[in-house]
Write a protein that binds this ligand. Sequence first.
Ligand code: NDP
Ligand code: 8X3
Length: 247
Amino acid sequence: MSSAKIAVVTGASSGIGAATVHALSKAGFRVIAGARRLETLEEVTRAAGASAIPLDVRDQESVDNFAAATPEVHLLVNNAGLALGLDPIGTAKEQDWLTMYETNVLGAMRVTRAFLPALEASGDGQIINVGSTAGFEVYPGGGGYTASKHGMKALTRTLRLELLGKPIRVTEIAPGMAETEFSLVRFGGDSHRAASVYQGLKPLTAEDIAECIAWTANRPAHVNIDEMVIRPLFQATSTQVHRAEKD
Ligand code: NDP
Ligand code: 8X3
């Protein structure tokens, strides 16, 4: 039987989650990956030598099935998440806010709740939540997303208090602008609008964040990285970004 540690990565069909599947596999973890788009997920896991299980973090039954198929786990990466729209609060779409909250906060809670017993039983458990700079900053039009990522920060910090004395480390990784499918999803598939978010600067890549996750996961068992904030060089805050002039 292999003695490799087992890692679960949610939202692993694209972007940071997919890159994390590769980074953790390379670091020696046996990775079990979840997302809704099973075919896309399987392309990722096939290439990384990992396993794919369908997962919708908004659906309790799906989370239960996922957890039942994964009885042993040392590391949980709560990465599944999304932003929808950039509407000001005055014209906010309630369904968008609900979806963001249900995915980014309730989803992370559900998956964490399902895996806590196994993480504790591992004797060396770890939870890495992918938050965001939107978890401690705000920007116009970002109300629904920033509220959800502030929520995830609260969840992460609460967990660290509740798990004190147990062998489970808790970390928040908080990226700034990373070019993934994130903006494409946020703007309903509008690729021009999505590309304009990163125009004139070099954004982070999914791999940049995945390396930070893998590094955090590889610290000795007594070392807890509480929070890590990573931004592109030309982003100082959510609203202050330096862009090169267009040619
Ligand atoms: P992507 O859109 O590329 O990836 C999002 C992933 O989440 C996909 O694999 C998607 O898979 C999955 N997902 C969405 N909803 C669900 C659901 N209900 N159940 C299961 N999986 C779901 O974006 P990123 O890689 O950028 O996003 C990953 C995380 O990073 C998110 O939490 C995001 O908020 C955070 N983040 C992103 C930043 C950025 O600039 N890109 C910056 C800071 C944080 P599928 O659709 O197949 O279910
Ligand atoms: C994603 C970063 O700036 O779009 O979490 O909120 S931002």
